[in-house]
Design a protein around this ligand. Structure first.
Ligand SMILES: *[C@@H]1O[C@H](CO)[C@@H](O)[C@H](O)[C@H]1NC(C)=O
Ligand SMILES: *[C@@H]1O[C@H](CO)[C@@H](O)[C@H](O)[C@H]1NC(C)=O
Ligand SMILES: *[C@@H]1O[C@H](CO)[C@@H](O)[C@H](O)[C@H]1NC(C)=O
Ligand SMILES: *[C@@H]1O[C@H](CO)[C@@H](O)[C@H](O)[C@H]1NC(C)=O
Length: 440
């Protein structure tokens, strides 16, 4: 009933130009609208994990609760010239702040697509990108039409939407953290272990994320590893190269998958601004691994060192294996926009600066210098033969910084598909021009 009245109201007034979407939705539909100072608004604003998003202060927050209500809001927005942002359940501050990632923008099919955003999960070697497993999406187009996207219906849109997403519900797993105090020796050993794991591990159920973090004035300078095995019987020695390095804390045990997911929550510091960026590199050979990783990590340490006096700073970096198996598993489940080939192993590097609100631009500059330094090194190594050249190195969809050019790093045919889907499904550019973010 409620739903029906919402649609009826909107349809009846279609064509009228309302300058103020908030009032329109509030007065003429039953869709929930929250204004500043109202509880739902304050709660929603506080839920952003990056304070920079909270600073956006929208004139209202609209909570559609079905595809029909989303479609109604989209139709209303079309008749105004207001900018808007779509908040989804993802974790990229660029997303929340209206810098919507490809899932939403590719295609610029918007809201429906925004449920995507996942990318790498602990189970990517088994199942590919999380979105590789999605059978069908319900998508709200910019003209308010609701369509299905699947292998059979609107297949091009379906492919374009496959940039990420994350929804696996499963039983008990084995996993936890290892904590190490940082030293040059630990740096070298852990980086070697993650390199070896990327190349040599053959068990698709095993995954690792190796992170380093430092906080204000070097009070903490450590490595935290996330180890995961999709099962309760863990093959002997699979994580030995990591545990042998001598952690000061080891929480590995059989646990529920949801408790595994909660492990990383502590990394998020409330009320902070987060800048996050990424680079993808070809996995260096065993011969050149130490030189490559050492240089990248020394660069990260030098850059993060300059931030240690910034109030509330947490500087972190993560090294995530992107073995060829992930590309194979994704490919086996159909085309996607990333279109990674399984010819080489790669490694995804993620870089974060989290800090108390204030030096947004300065920290963005530092972030740019941090990931650019990685990129420049990689290009030079490809030039002199230290790293393999002619390797496709797409940026990870969910860690990208707003200054990075996601589409320019895709294969030309993928970028063309995104442009084409955008032109056909959002011909007036509602999502392309009126929200921030990467444009295909
Ligand atoms: C552990 O390290 C050794 C020596 O570098 C290597 O031969 C082995 O394959 C590694 N194991 C894994 C699972 O990475
Ligand atoms: C970077 O920040 C995001 C958001 O808080 C978080 O999900 C991710 O785990 C962080 N990565 C590192 C390496 O700290
Ligand atoms: C290691 O790097 C050197 C250049 O620094 C290069 O000549 C050599 O082929 C590389 N080795 C491997 C196995 O990639
Ligand atoms: C909405 O857009 C789609 C894709 O451009 C188009 O196929 C459809 O006919 C449009 N619907 C309406 C009602 O204009």
């Amino acid at each position: 009933m409620l739903l029906l009245s919402a649609i009826v109201a909107v349809t009846a007034f279609e064509g009228l130009t309302y300058a103020d979407t908030c009032s329109f939705v509030e007065d003429l539909t039953s869709i929930e609208v929250a204004r500043p100072l109202q509880l739902a608004y304050v709660t929603e604003q506080n839920e952003y994990w990056s304070e920079s998003c909270t600073l956006l202060k929208p004139s209202c927050i609209i909570f559609p609760s079905s595809a029909q209500e989303v479609a109604a809001v989209v139709k209303i927005l079309r008749d105004t010239d207001e900018d808007f942002a779509v908040k989804s359940g993802g974790h990229n501050p660029n997303l929340y702040c209206g810098w919507t990632f490809v899932g939403g923008r590719i295609g610029n099919t918007g809201i429906g697509g925004l449920i995507l955003g996942g990318g790498l999960s602990y189970m990517s070697t088994q199942y590919g990108w999380s979105a590789s497993s999605v059978i069908e999406h319900e998508v709200v187009l910019s003209n308010g039409t609701i369509v299905a996207a699947s292998a059979d219906e609107n297949p091009d849109l379906f492919t374009a939407l496959k940039g990420g997403g994350n929804n696996f519900g499963i039983g008990d797993v084995y996993g936890g953290n290892l904590l190490f105090l940082r030293s040059e020796e630990t740096d070298e050993k852990l980086l070697k272990a993650v390199r070896d794991f990327t190349e040599y591990n053959e068990d698709d159920k095993a995954a690792v994320i190796v992170t380093a973090e430092r906080i204000n004035l070097n009070l903490l300078d450590s490595w935290i590893l996330f180890l995961f095995y999709d099962g309760t019987e863990v093959p002997e020695g699979i994580f030995k190269n990591f545990t042998d390095v001598g952690p000061v804390l080891n929480t590995l045990r059989v646990r529920s998958y949801s408790s595994m997911m909660k492990l990383s929550n502590w990394v998020v510091v409330e009320a902070s601004t987060v800048h996050m960026a990424t680079e993808t590199i070809p996995l260096p050979s065993a011969e050149n691994g130490t030189e490559v990783f050492n240089s990248i990590h020394v660069h990260w340490r030098a850059m993060s060192r300059t931030t240690l006096a910034v109030p509330g700073i947490v500087a972190s970096t993560a090294y995530q294996p992107f073995p060829r198996r992930i590309a194979e598993a994704a490919r086996a489940r159909g085309d996607d926009l990333i279109a990674a080939d399984p010819d080489v192993d790669r490694l995804i590097i993620e870089m974060n600066y989290s800090f108390l609100p204030g030096p947004f631009e300065e920290m963005a500059d530092t972030m740019e210098e941090t990931y650019t330094g990685v990129r420049e090194r990689v290009l030079a190594w490809q030039e002199d033969g230290t790293l393999p050249s002619h390797v496709y190195l797409p940026l990870s969809i969910n860690y990208g910084f707003y200054r990075q050019d996601y589409f320019a790093r895709l294969k030309p045919e993928s970028a063309a598909l995104a442009r084409d889907v955008s032109a056909r499904y959002d011909p007036e550019g509602l999502f392309r021009d009126r929200t921030g973010g990467w444009k295909p």
